[in-house]
Ligand binder design. Structure first.
Ligand SMILES: NC(=O)c1ccc[n+]([C@@H]2O[C@H](COP(=O)([O-])OP(=O)(O)OC[C@H]3O[C@@H](n4cnc5c(N)ncnc54)[C@H](OP(=O)(O)O)[C@@H]3O)[C@@H](O)[C@H]2O)c1
Length: 255
């Protein structure tokens, strides 16, 4: 059921496709005003069309400090204050640790950790007292996952930063929570550069390894995000798993 978000204002950093765009759509369809940002201009143009008239999209590379500052200034000019900031940006490139280059390492940390941090630092002053932030981590932020070591480390650092923001924003009544998605069916499946066949294989692995026996949808993530953002008024500093049981130490019954 579509909820009413009339009168609310939101910025989504990394909101031009997948779970960020699904969240933006739910807000805009419910009458909320939303500004989403992404790096790829074709995705930004498509998001602009999808979100009109309540939402708009702009090009902003979270890895570039100047872009983040421009996004914050534009958000202030367009929306004045924010009820909700969703920091959903992320990149993941699969490679074993032995093959990680300095460039790969830096790309993950400059987007997933440094970029997300400065987005929160620059945009949180716009959030009204009593508003909220949700940050997207991953089920891979704990434990060891072959081929995802750098991604996992960058997201684990992000969870730590989100906890610190939760503590420091307590005096303003701003709640900061993290989501931890498992396998979610999005245009990229959360991994850069996969071929269609590799994406299908990734989805099949998700179906096999997830206790609920399937990949989640971007809309299921969006509903959980908006619950944390607007309804979970006694929840801060928490991490919500949206993973079909994948990270929850439960197993499906034996057939
Ligand atoms: N899908 C999954 O199974 C899964 C699982 C666990 C966690 N996650 C995490 O969930 C989040 C969303 O994943 P997703 O699969 O929906 O989409 P995604 O392909 O990971 O992209 C997320 C968003 O980030 C934007 N983005 C990427 N690099 C950027 C940069 N340098 N500056 C600004 N924006 C940038 C993308 O826009 P452009 O590409 O247009 O720039 C897109 O809007 C990510 O943080 C991901 O790590 C995903």
């Amino acid at each position: 059921m579509q909820k009413d978000y009339t009168g609310t204002t939101t910025v989504i950093v990394g909101g031009t496709h997948g779970m960020g765009l699904a969240t933006a759509r739910m807000l805009a369809d419910g009458g909320g005003r939303v500004l989403v940002a992404g790096r790829n201009s074709a995705n930004v143009a498509a998001a602009n069309r999808a979100l009109s008239p309540n939402g708009e999209a702009m090009v902003s590379d979270v890895a570039a400090r100047a872009d983040v500052e421009t996004l914050a200034k534009y958000a202030e000019a367009r929306l004045r204050s924010l009820d909700f900031l969703f920091v959903n940006v992320g990149v993941s490139e699969l490679a074993p640790l032995a093959e990680i280059t300095e460039e790969t390492y830096d790309r993950h940390f400059s987007v997933n950790t440094r970029g997300a941090f400065f987005a929160m630092q620059q945009l949180s002053p716009l959030i009204r007292d009593g508003g909220s932030i949700v940050v997207t981590s991953s089920v891979a932020d704990e434990g060891g996952h072959p081929g995802m070591g750098i991604y996992s480390a960058s997201k684990a650092a992000l969870v730590s930063l989100a906890s610190s923001f939760a503590a420091e924003l307590l005096p303003r009544g701003i709640r900061v929570n993290t989501i931890s998605p498992g396998f979610i069916r999005t245009p990229t499946h959360g991994v850069a550069g996969l071929t269609d066949a590799e994406r299908a294989e990734f989805e099949a692995i998700g179906n096999q390894t997830t206790p609920m026996g399937r990949n989640g949808t971007a809309e299921e993530v969006a509903r959980a995000v908006l619950f944390l953002a607007f309804e979970a008024t006694f929840t801060t500093g928490a991490k919500l798993a949206i993973d079909g049981g994948l990270g929850q130490k439960i197993t499906a019954p034996l057939a």
